[in-house]
Design a binder for this molecule. Sequence first.
Ligand code: SF4
Length: 278
Amino acid sequence: MPKYNINPYLGRCAHRCIYCYAVKFPSFRGPTVPRLRLKEDIVKMAESTRPRLPVMFSDTTDPYQPLEKEHRITRRCLEVLSSHGFPLLIVTKSPLVTRDIDLFKRTLTVVSMTITTMNEDTAKLIEPHAPPPEARFAALGRIADEGVPTLVRIDPIIPTVNSDTEELDRIVSLAAEIGVRQITASIMKPVRGFFSTLKTIDPALLKRLHNIYADGEWISGYKYLNREKRLEILSRLRETVLRHKLDFATCREGFPQLNTAVCDGTSFCRKTLEDFAK
Ligand code: SF4
């Protein structure tokens, strides 16, 4: 859906997820770089930009980096945008997001928390420096309690790592319990270099994934798992999600028939987008 996107931080994201797709882009390599003068640019942009389309923070590099505690770049940009009435789409893995609940309540905001597993060992393997999944759930619960629409992104699902039914059911039922409205999911799409990086982290996993992805295909620089395998995992998850009466969306999978909502949370911004389309 049409929207703007803002990255308050460039360079490598501190969470260091092994599946990170951002390393594909030159701006998101090297040390994390806070964009200290970004707020001034956002002020000018907000004053001169119409229409008020949703603004995503961020499609690459978590906007709540550990550095955000000190620099408050994301918060200062959100202050400007919320005061101008831009809807906000937040995507994060950090409980620091709860600091800005006051701003989320000033304008239409949808908060997406990425939670790929509830298993501590798996989380340490695939998202070594990200906050623990329990802390992410607790933060999302606080936000949902304030009436702000929330999503859980099970993104990515890595075959044989976090793809089993029990594991996915647990995430969905915890999400439903705390008032989450939607689950968005996608299957891992490794970028070039992923398999050689994995060699140094977990050679056994490398071998397994290499075999599982062998009959997949490269699309725009991403290795897609074989279509039937993706459809099986996502259809199984969809059943669970609908049983819990939540909305469901897949992300960059090519299965629109599975979706009951838009993956990025813009289903909650319907009025804004309808006005834009007029
Ligand atoms: S949170 Fe996103 S941008 Fe950051 S390392 Fe993980 S996948 Fe990459």
